[in-house]
Design a protein around this ligand. Sequence first.
Ligand SMILES: [Ca+2]
Ligand SMILES: [Ca+2]
Ligand SMILES: [Ca+2]
Length: 187
Amino acid sequence: MTTLVRRGLVTAAAFAVVLTSCSTTHAGKGAEQGLVQAQQQGPPPESFTDPDDVNLPLDLKTLTQASTASTITYTVETYEPFKDDQADFSWGIDKNNDGVVDDYVSVEFESKKLEGKFEDPKENDLGKATVTRTGPSSLRVSFSRKLIGTSLYQYRVTALSDLNHNDEEDPGETDVAPDTGFYQHRL
Ligand SMILES: [Ca+2]
Ligand SMILES: [Ca+2]
Ligand SMILES: [Ca+2]
């Protein structure tokens, strides 16, 4: 009887050890996978809504931001559909959060196609940005995270409807989001 109980105890103990080691292994793997996924995917994407507030072809509606370990991606959606040759968007990036825009991500129609750029305020080209149409009233632009270099920055978005076709941003031709300040983006 004593032996049986002991054996039973031993068996139970051994079983417990197996269970523990199993669950430890699983937890470790899960945590590792979670970490790798977090590194690849970054923080969850965020979405912002701008009001239907200008009487222009490009009226900003929804802006999103997302990031991975290597790439930052924005999308823009307007209230009305726009053609490629009407597209003129820029994301003014404030890298050091001092309220002054340092660089721009721009999407414009140039050489008969949509072109994305990462440039400084003097329009010096600092890197490329990849543009994709995602719908009749939306597009996506992505660029290397190295071009920003910090883990927290802010930006604001401008849509330009060049009503007088002078390739300049004139009063009454833009919709800006957010209406005041910046969107924060933590990478
Ligand atoms: Ca708007
Ligand atoms: Ca700045
Ligand atoms: Ca103009």
